[in-house]
Ligand binder design. Sequence first.
Ligand SMILES: NC(=O)c1ccc[n+]([C@@H]2O[C@H](COP(=O)([O-])OP(=O)(O)OC[C@H]3O[C@@H](n4cnc5c(N)ncnc54)[C@H](OP(=O)(O)O)[C@@H]3O)[C@@H](O)[C@H]2O)c1
Length: 277
Amino acid sequence: MRTRALGGAAVPVLGEGTWNMEADRPGDVLAAIRLAIDLGMTHVDTAELYGDGAVESLVGRAIAGRRDSVYLVSKVLPSNASRAGTLAACERSLARLGTDRLDLYLLHWPGRFPLAETVAGMRALVDAGKIRRWGVSNFDVDDLEALAAVTEPGEVACNQVLYHLEERAIEHAVAPWCRAHGIAIVAYSPLGSGSFVAPHSAGGRVLRGIADELGATPEQVALAWLVRDEGFAIPKATAAAHVRANAAAADLELGATHCAAIDRAFPRGRSRALPTL
Ligand SMILES: NC(=O)c1ccc[n+]([C@@H]2O[C@H](COP(=O)([O-])OP(=O)(O)OC[C@H]3O[C@@H](n4cnc5c(N)ncnc54)[C@H](OP(=O)(O)O)[C@@H]3O)[C@@H](O)[C@H]2O)c1
């Protein structure tokens, strides 16, 4: 699996999301996460929010005995993100995940606690060896600027944001800001949270044409497009066929003509505030 630098680690460009996995059959979830890891999608993204901790527990079961093969990411809720609250939330996540450290810990979205407090909590966790790096999620440019005022250059590893073919808002300002400041972009909901491009829409036909030419699926083409030049994407897949398809998408090479056709079919639209789920 192709990797890129994320907070100093070599991380697969495609990973495994876990939102809503508590609604799937537990056996299927465990099998999906293990298959993803086996296929090189070792970037496993979870959060204390998901299933109110139930998903972290499932991830913990899935990675038991193979923790060292996983790039493990979780997130603290903004309502917990005081300095002390961040430390306590991380301890709860570690317990559910059955591990002594996270590779990356994210503030899930900007909240009511001053950023300096959350940053102090993150730094204390790094110092204690509980997390290797930390980052943020759902941060628009004004949030990133506020964060830059209380952090060192290079300290924030990533900004995890909504990004897929039909939602390209980050390309206007957030992605350029992150690029200029060495903050990696991690695309969440890269397949539109299950409401993927309608097959008979103009865009759907473009994707189908490229997919047929490359012996791939439209979803694989969409994922390959998202990570073609930079960044990461974390599709959630419980169906084994989806996990396999997503892992293979990392090796799909799109040509300049394909990329231009996709760009025309899915225009980024006007500059707008960062959309979130
Ligand atoms: N930071 C944030 O605020 C935030 C917000 C939302 C999401 N996230 C993260 O991003 C992850 C992904 O986003 P998401 O869960 O919203 O949705 P998504 O990954 O955009 O879409 C997931 C849906 O697509 C299906 N699917 C997966 N691979 C497929 C393939 N190759 N072909 C066809 N269908 C496929 C899945 O089906 P099956 O499951 O049945 O296989 C599921 O129904 C989340 O799980 C979470 O880890 C973060």
